[in-house]
Design a protein around this ligand. Sequence first.
Ligand SMILES: *Cc1c(COP(=O)(O)O)cnc(C)c1O
Length: 358
Amino acid sequence: MIVGAYAVLRLDAVRHNLAKVRALAPAAKVMAVIKANGYGHGLLRIARVLADVDAFAVARVDEGIRLREAGCTHPISVLEGFTTVDALDTMLRYQLDTVVHCFEQLAILQNRPEQAQLSVWLKIDTGMNRLGFKASDFASVYQALQQCVIVKSPIGLMTHLASADEADDDLTCRQIHLFNEITNGYSVPRSIANSAGLMAWQEALSDWVRPGVMLYGISPFPDRTGRSLGLQPVMSLQSHLIAVKPIGKGETLGYGGSWRCEKSTTVGVVAIGYGDGYPRYAKVGTPVLVNGQRVPLIGRVSMDMITVDLASQPHAKPGDPVMLWGNELPVEEIADCANTIPYTLVCGITQRVQFIEV
Ligand SMILES: *Cc1c(COP(=O)(O)O)cnc(C)c1O
């Protein structure tokens, strides 16, 4: 029995989106990014559906451990790598591959006597200015890593694009150019592209692609929907009406009384709120589907409930189905209404939401 909010996950859509990745980058190997609990869709569930990929990427060591303990045998890269000797030991125990992005990590590796145990992606900072070695340090770091007995060969080379979601972006051009220039002549695996790079920057495809958000059917570009890019949304967030009542002209609604009724109407109360991961800052007018029809959000989003204007559906009743985002209501549009990006919405689904696979 479902009480309250639930997320329906279409697993065939994940496979469709992976096929789209393969079609866009037929020569590349695919490292599927399933960090943050598979972008909120469930780490193990998504890993199971993506069994065909060449490798997985997660952000943290513990995410890699969860995969291994569930029996995952793929290569798993930990994008943030290790910070302590303990974390490195754990990575070795679970055969997790690491990204090496700073000198402190290099120093830890230089002290390790084990023979060829650890697969490494060397991360170069080409302009994101987050993780990675400066281009000017690359050659010496590469050489130092090669001399670390614990590091397996070949060492992969990677970088991350800061604004591949913008067309003809100058920074992206410079990043790709710089990466190619300094890694030219090293015959080792290379990787540049996230979802946006993969879809918009042919030059970024390289040997390995690292799609994340597109696998879940979500657009990496601000003014496109996944569907318009040929992707299929995986998650649809649903609930139902729990009360329907009239509200008179001049009355206010909800916390703070911030919404005032201009013309008497019918209010629908939906069992979903920020306690489920619905965005607290969704603005008045954000579309909600009640019985498959769009109605506007009114009043503030509270922890367990939202309110909608049912003027167009005076006969709606408690129990009627509600969709907050999904196939018929793009999560990208809801993100826009909440002044955020769709990544945060799917990552933010909370524990009490039931997940249903179809
Ligand atoms: C998260 C991440 C990705 C995937 O990004 P998307 O925009 O979700 O495709 C790829 N590479 C790195 C290093 C990341 O941190």
